[in-house]
Design a protein around this ligand. Sequence first.
Ligand SMILES: *Cc1c(COP(=O)(O)O)cnc(C)c1O
Ligand SMILES: [Zn+2]
Length: 567
Amino acid sequence: MYSHLVAECLDCGHQASYSPKDSTCPNCGGGWREARYDYKSIGEKLLKELPARPFDIWRFHDLLPISEHQPIISMGEGGTPLLKATNLGSMLGIPYLYIKDERQNPTGSFKDRQASITVASLKEAGITETVLASTGNVAISYSAYTSRAGIKLWAFLTSLVPSEKMREVAIYGTQVIKVTASYDQTKKLAAEFAEQRQQGSYLDRGVRSIPALESMKTMAFEISEQLTAALGPPDSDTDLSQVPWRVPDWYIQAVSGGMGPVGVLKGFEELREMDLTDRIPAAASIQPAGCAPMVHAWKQNLDVAEPVLSPRTHIATLATGDPGRTYTLLRERMLRGGGGTFESVTDEEAFRAIHVLAKMEGLSMEPASAVAFAGLIKMVRSGQIKPDEVVVVNMTGHTMPVEKTILGEGWVQDIEIPEKPPEEKPEEGLLSALSRITPKRYSSVAIVDDHPHARRLIRRILQSQGEYTIFEASNGREAVELAQKEELDVMVLDLMMPEMDGFSVLDALKTDEKTASIAVIVVTAKTLTSAEKARLRGRIHSLMQKGEFLDDELVEEIDSLLQNESN
Ligand SMILES: *Cc1c(COP(=O)(O)O)cnc(C)c1O
Ligand SMILES: [Zn+2]
C-alpha cells in the first residue's frame, strides 16, 4: 500500500517500509524518522502530469504517505494563492515581496495541511480515536477533519487559547479539555491521557509524525511552482544548471514548535533532488520576544534550545517554550541548506503589523501570523533582506474574530436615528445624525510625486488612518499651481521629479507669502548629500526616507503638524 516511500531513521539511518501504524525504527527503536521517495523518477513524472492535476495539496500525492490520491475527507486544502504584496513591498523598498496566503485553507490556517494528511492517514490505518494538545489552530483543523473522517477527538487546550477559538473547536463535536497550565505542561498531560486510554487511541506526535511533516513540505512545492508562474523560469544565462522551477531567496514564518519551516525546507530539498530547482532558500523563523527559545539558541550558536519555562506573550498560538529536537533539526537543515536566521519581535510590533497588512494589503490575519511580518519589517530595516531579493512570507492564519485588544477603542462611529417627531420629514433626522460624524472642513494635504503608484500608496495611507481632503500633483509645476489655488495645510513632497524637482518647488513656495507657511514633509527614496540636506534645512518639517517608515508614522507626522497649526 505504501510502496512508494520508506521511513528512514534519523539516528541510525536504517530504512524500513512505511506503515502509518509504526512510529519507531525497527533497528534502534528511535522515534524520529523521515519519509524518502524515489525522487528522480517522481520528478520526471510530475513535470509531465502536473498540468492536468488540480491545484490543491493532493497535486503532489506521489510525495505523500497516503495511498488514496484524493481522500474523500478533502475540503480543498492547500493550493493557496501566492499574492504579490505591491503596497507593502513599495513601502519597504522590496519589490519582490510575496505572501503565501494560508488563511484560505478550510478552517483558516495552514494547520489544515497537517490535519488533512494526518487524518487521512489515521483513517487509512483504521484508527477511531485521537488525542492532541494544541495552542488553538491544530485543534480547530483536526476537529473539522476528524469529524469528516468519523474519528473521535480529544483536544487538550491551554487556558491561554482565546475562548473564541475554544468554541470553534467545540462546535465540531470535539471533547475540549481546558488546562490551566503552560502549553508544554498541557502536552505532557495529553500524552498521559492517551497512554491511559490505550486501545485504538492515537496521540498526535507533532513533528515526529511522518504525515504531519510531509504535509508542510507541500508549501515549498507550491511556492516554487507559483513563483515560476509569476516571474518566469530561472534565468539560464546566469544559472548554468537550467532547472525549470524558481526558489525564493527567503522563506519567512512565525514559529512555535517549528514544524512549518522544517517541513518546508525538506520540501525544497526534495525539489532539488528531483532536479526541479537548484537551491534551498534562507529560512527566517520569527518568535515573540516573550517566548523565543530558538532565537536565543541560534544567537548563541547552540544546537539544543534551552526551554522557556514561563512564556510571556499574549500570542498563545506561539507559546511553545520547549521546541525539543525540532530546533536542532531545523538548525541542521538551515546550515546544510541555504542558511537563514531566527529573530524575535515584541507583541506590540506584531499587533502593529496586523494593522499595516489589513490597511495596506487588505489582508486580515491573526497575531501569530503577524509575528512573521513584524520580523520581515525588522529584517528589511536592519539590511538583512536586500532590496532585490525574492521574499515569501507565510500568512499562516486568519483572524477570527479580531481580538479586542488589537483594535483598541474608537473603531466604530455610532449613529442613532432619533424617534421622528411627527412634523419632521424622516430624512432630516438622518441628515442631522450624519452631520455629527462629518466635520465641515478637513485639513487639506497635497501629495506630490511623479509616480502614480507612489501617490496612490500615500493617498491610501491617509485615507485608511484619518479624514483629509487630498489633492495630488504629478510634477513640481502642478504642485506650485495647486498651492496657489487651494488652501493647503500640508504638502507631502517627493524630491526627484523631472523638469521641476522638489527643491525648486520648495524655493517657489517659500518666496510667495500665500504659500510660505504650508508645512512640507519630504518623502524620498534618495540618499541625500550634505549639500542637499543643507538646502532643505529649516525649510521643511520632516524628512522621511521611503522604505523606512510605516503607514502610521506618516500619519502621526501629518497630525502633529496640523495640531501645531491649530494651536
Ligand atoms: C502553528 C502556527 C504557527 C507556528 O507554526 P510551527 O511551524 O508549528 O511553529 C504560526 N502561525 C499560526 C497561525 C499557527 O497556527
Ligand atoms: Zn534507527
